[in-house]
Design a protein around this ligand. Sequence first.
Ligand code: ADP
Ligand code: MG
Length: 389
Amino acid sequence: MRTLDDLDVGGKRVFVRVDFNVPLKDGVITDDTRIRAALPTLEALLHRNASLVVAAHLGRPKGVDPALSLAPVAERLGELLDRKVTLSPEVVGDRSWELANDLLPGQVLMLENVRFEAGETKNDDRLATLYAALADVYVNDAFGAAHRAHASTEGVAHHLPSAAGLLLQREVETLRGILENPAHPLVAIVGGAKVTDKIGVIDAFLDRADAVLIGGAMCFPFFKAQGHPVGKSLCEEEGIAPAARALEDAERKGCRLLLPLDLLCGDDFSADTTVTPLNGVDVPHGLMGLDIGPQTASAYSEVVLGAGTVFWNGPMGAFELPPFALGTRAVAEAVAATDAVTVVGGGDSAAALAQFGLADRVTHLSTGGGASLELIEGKTLPGVEVLGG
Ligand code: ADP
Ligand code: MG
């Protein structure tokens, strides 16, 4: 994959695609992690005397939508870079072209939300050509969007000298490193709501890992496949067959596939429900499993503490509800404490780490949800492939 070192950027105008798809509440950014994650690349380019045309998407607008303007993002970026960031009122067009043309080295222009253009998600080549006309070279640092072949993540790279930014480079190298050259024991912890979201990841690890630990609601399709009653736990029906197959594969491949030993249950999905600890995994009628129990938490922690490499995606329970955050917290603490290389992906897993104040205690916290899962599954990411990766 071509990187910043392969690109001559001095005095050039650089079209930089970033992932600034931040959460907004009433027009205010509630978490600017994604903006901060792109700063090393933007600063490295500015340091090399480039001028920047920054492109990003926000949400899923259908056409121009003022509620999804990048104005608050441009303002926050200006604060973080400590320099003026001009927001073009449009994505492409005469105004953007003029503003881009007027850029002097060290200046920063941001385009409006690229998804205001219908051609963006269609990877329209005409739009890609218009992007290319705004700059001399292209840098993609939007790892979170690299699994999409869109005009600003893939198409434009066919028209300009191109390379990966520092964040994209680190994400790809770290995640591929786990697959290709991990320190053993390699342990994958997979949780969250749906097994079908992550069965590709489970499969990838059954081939490579020494142990795969299952938590979250996705344990219930496994339990159902084994004949355990699941009560009214969240149990994805379409997940049962893949779970049964994964159990067989694990046996055949000699990978330890660990399921919870005990559970914490509630009457319903709420923070003030009565908590019923269950010694075992047969969930009685009328109850729902909402977290792994303490025996599971300590068994999983022990595996994590003895690992050489840990990949974690998906919480162990409904951690948003305080009584059911214990399992996720225990695993997060083990991930923070182990000497292993630790890589965490997934929006909710990242939020859980942040909630426990442990986000800076892991080796790598991936900024890409879908993109990191697809990379682990061994899929080719269009935004990476076009950069020679
Ligand atoms: P990530 O974003 O880290 O990939 P997911 O989106 O797959 O994680 O899963 C997170 C969601 O799974 C959370 O909203 C959490 O409430 C839910 N969840 C986890 N365990 C359970 C459970 N036992 N019952 C219901 N929901 C659960
Ligand atoms: Mg999620």
